[in-house]
Design a protein around this ligand. Structure first.
Ligand SMILES: NC(=O)c1ccc[n+]([C@@H]2O[C@H](COP(=O)([O-])OP(=O)(O)OC[C@H]3O[C@@H](n4cnc5c(N)ncnc54)[C@H](OP(=O)(O)O)[C@@H]3O)[C@@H](O)[C@H]2O)c1
Length: 374
């Protein structure tokens, strides 16, 4: 089977997948809404207001590289939202390579970004295709803010804070758990350095008196994206959700995993973690509310002789993710990308362009930038 639609959204039944479909409609981009259960995908699509004006078809597909390759044949871009990606992403990337499609996903998993780059980056570059894991609010908005800071010459150290207000979806919660088993890295003089055993970090948040409790959140994507950036030497990121009680719970679970699960033999760690995760299954969150679901990315960039601070406020972070994915698909179907092989959203599409798209849909504010002279 070959499709005439240029874009495939894999995981279209999920919270984020359906938002990508909505924004593809706004860009007039025909797409295949795909998932493991065609009926579930169809009933989700039937519930999307206005989707009848989109040019789309629904497809059910088995989660194997062979079946996915067949589905992707004829398409140009695959937007993958089936996470946790460290567990489920490999087959989708293989299938993109086999069918000649660009690959973009919504991950925030550092271990997946590192392994997908290592395992597939060169082959995508040879094929002239983009492999971009992590086109999503966490952490593209922080990447935009960091790049705004880097417009000032002479800064080389990025201290990044990423916070959002809302409830994680089912797969987001699973992803938070799988992240706990992997090593988290920051960047020091362009080398990866492991974070110490998990603990909460109290941070000040621009625009409010109360502090927030954060974690390295699996290391985040930024160390991987900036590792080979000649302007940058050091990157450290802290983040999480604004909900303090939820963060206290995550810190406790992270410490329990460190003490009780990580010492287990490798084959017992996953099942032991799954038992804990099963007690915390998340329901599908309500549709986002612009006045409730806010995000903030704050980046201090420093150099020996000065500093820059950029604060980027946003709303509806899952919608931001849906929009960023749809815009990436639009660029790629038009053949507009500055990167092939492994590349971040900003490297492929430009940070000012991505900011403009988020602003034009009312999902991102004007960056507040202050600096001392460098
Ligand atoms: N970094 C960010 O800012 C950001 C933002 C949004 C999402 N994400 C990430 O993106 C991923 C998806 O998030 P979401 O909010 O869309 O979650 P979700 O609502 O739980 O949706 C998950 C999707 O994956 C599918 N799926 C799950 N397990 C599968 C399997 N074994 N085989 C095939 N399909 C499977 C589900 O299909 P069924 O409906 O058939 O179960 C569903 O379509 C998560 O990993 C999340 O962390 C990150």
């Amino acid at each position: 089977m070959s499709t005439s639609k240029p874009v495939v959204v894999y995981g279209a039944s999920g919270y984020t997948g359906r938002l990508i479909c909505e924004y593809l409609r706004e860009f007039n981009l025909p797409f295949v809404a795909a998932g493991r259960d065609a009926d579930r995908v169809q009933s989700v699509m039937d519930s999307l207001p206005g989707i009848e004006t989109a040019d789309y078809e629904v497809a059910g597909v088995e989660h194997t590289a062979a079946a996915l390759t067949e589905l992707f044949d004829g398409a140009k871009v695959v937007c993958n939202t089936v996470g946790p990606f460290a567990d489920l992403g490999g087959e989708v990337v293989e299938a993109c390579l086999a069918s000649g499609c660009h690959y973009v996903d919504t991950t925030g998993e550092q271990n997946w970004i590192l392994s997908s780059r290592e395992d597939f980056g060169e082959r995508f570059a040879e094929a002239g295709l983009l492999l971009s894991a992590g086109i999503a609010q966490m952490y593209t908005s922080g990447e935009i803010a960091a790049n705004i800071c880097l417009e000032t010459q002479g800064v080389d150290t990025l201290d990044i804070l990423v916070l959002w207000k809302g409830a994680p979806t089912t797969a987001s919660t699973e992803t938070i758990f799988t992240n706990l088993l992997s090593e988290a890295y920051f960047l020091e003089q362009n080398a990866y350095v492991a974070w110490p055993p998990p603990q909460g970090y109290e941070v000040s948040v621009p625009g409010q008196h109360a502090t927030a409790l954060t974690l390295p959140w699996g290391g985040t994507s930024h160390p991987a994206w900036f590792k080979d950036d000649p302007r940058v030497a050091n990157v450290k990121v802290l983040g999480g959700v604004f909900d303090r009680a939820l963060m206290e719970g995550v810190v406790q679970i992270a410490q329990m995993v460190e003490e009780k699960i990580k010492p287990l033999p490798a084959d017992q760690q996953g099942p032991a973690l799954a038992e804990v995760a099963a007690t915390m299954k998340a329901d599908m969150p309500p549709r986002e509310n612009q006045r409730v679901n806010t995000s903030i990315d704050s980046v201090y960039a420093t150099g020996p002789l000065g500093n820059v601070h950029c604060v980027l406020r946003g709303a509806s972070n899952y919608k931001q993710t849906g929009l960023l994915q749809a815009y990436a698909a639009r660029c790629l179907t038009l053949g507009v990308t500055r990167a092939v092989g492994f590349g971040s959203a900003c490297q492929a599409f430009g940070h000012r362009e991505l900011l403009g798209v988020l602003q034009s849909f009312g999902l991102s504010g004007k960056p507040a930038v202050t600096s001392s002279s460098v």
